[in-house]
Ligand binder design. Structure first.
Ligand code: SAM
Ligand code: SF4
Ligand code: SF4
Length: 337
């Protein structure tokens, strides 16, 4: 029986983000800085990450508790072997209305057709610059703009809707805002600018490195005038705008300066099967252990339900520059954004 689970702040459980690997072929400084995620970094062994059977089983339970949207993420999700098979399996779950994938785009050209055939209709590609040199310095010298753009083209040609996410960091890639806006406006892909967040502990985040929604908006509006448009649905994280005299949309995700905790309906499962009720959580609940020690589906569903019902998270509403002193938050590469 499907029902609506509400947390302590009356927020329903609607979205589930599933990280399918903690590994990545990039080393973006704000997520997996090279000096920490080097060749000796203890990534999870295969038997420690959730299998497709386990992911499917848990997804069914979350869907029974009200989840309608699934997002596959990582690490880099396309590094997970046979990912299209997982998409196909998740797509068959009754009650799943939407599946998305967030990827760095480096392997998208290779997998676009298989992903589309498996039922993926939407993909979000992260790209922080169109300039090869600047992109290389942002991603630890691992990825090329050209490859990511080819991936975007391949996904679009295969029939998928492509959105592009750009994290804006002060002094790093503000100069790329306008070239990115122009490029994706011309190609009719929705570009979303994301405020740099203090996820995890390794990126040395400082509030003064955040380029605010207001600053991003002014930068674009001065060159490409914008008008606001209505949200697609209540609780949508991106504020939407349209370029004047065009139908092309652009969005800004203001996780730092205009928080949206009050409408946050997102649950997350890390690659090793920990359940987190907030992107900034310090503790996750071990669902892998529950599933592997042969608890019944009902027992596991009841546990998930009781964790959600007790949820009080509203981290972003209380964020300040002091945040940098916290030291136990889950890393982005484990939980996937
Ligand atoms: N590897 C995939 C990718 O890069 O799209 C999926 C995982 S990545 C952790 C998910 C998203 O989180 C990416 O769009 C990335 O830019 C974003 N991200 C990572 N660290 C961030 C931070 N500190 N602040 C804001 N966004 C961040
Ligand atoms: Fe990899 Fe994505 Fe993190 Fe960059 S943001 S290091 S691509 S997981
Ligand atoms: Fe949701 Fe936590 Fe982000 Fe607030 S800080 S919007 S509760 S994930």
């Amino acid at each position: 029986m499907k029902h609506t689970e509400l947390d302590q702040l009356k927020r329903p459980l609607r979205d589930l983000r599933i990280s399918v690997t903690d590994r990545c072929n990039f080393r973006c400084r704000y997520c997996m800085p090279e000096e920490i995620f080097g060749s000796n970094y203890p990534f999870l062994q295969n038997d420690k990450i959730l299998s497709f059977d386990e992911i499917e089983k848990l997804s069914r339970m979350f869907v029974n508790l009200g989840v309608k949207k699934l997002r596959i993420t990582g690490g880099e999700p396309l590094l997970r072997k046979n990912l299209p098979e997982l998409i196909e399996r998740l797509n068959k779950i009754e009650g799943v209305e939407d599946i998305g994938l967030t990827t760095n785009g480096s392997l998208l050209k290779k997998f676009s057709c298989d992903l589309f055939k498996a039922g993926l209709t939407r993909v979000t590609v992260s790209l922080d610059s169109l300039d090869e040199e600047s992109f290389a310095s942002l991603n630890g010298n691992r990825g090329k703009v050209k490859t990511v753009l080819e991936g975007i083209q391949a996904a679009s040609d295969a029939g998928m809707e492509v959105k592009v996410n750009m994290v804006v960091q002060k002094g790093k890639n503000e100069q790329d805002i306008i070239p990115m806006a122009k490029y994706f406006k011309e190609r009719n892909h929705i570009l979303r600018f994301i405020e740099y967040m203090d996820v995890g502990n390794v990126n040395g985040w400082r509030l003064n490195e955040v380029v605010s929604k207001k600053e991003i908006l002014n930068t674009i509006h001065n060159v490409l005038p914008l008008e606001p448009i209505e949200a697609n649905y209540p609780g949508e994280v991106a504020t939407r705008y349209r370029y004047l005299n065009s139908n092309q949309e652009v969005g800004i995700i203001s996780s730092v300066t205009e928080t949206f905790c009050s409408s946050c309906t997102r649950a997350r499962i890390s690659a090793e099967g920990k359940f987190y009720t907030c992107l900034f959580a310090t503790q996750g609940y071990d669902l892998r252990e529950l599933i592997r020690s042969r608890n019944s589906d009902k027992e596991i569903t009841d546990k998930i339900s009781s964790i959600w019902q007790n949820r009080l998270d509203r981290y972003s509403e209380g964020r300040s520059n002091q945040t940098k002193t916290h030291s136990k938050k889950i890393e982005m590469s484990h939980i996937g954004g």
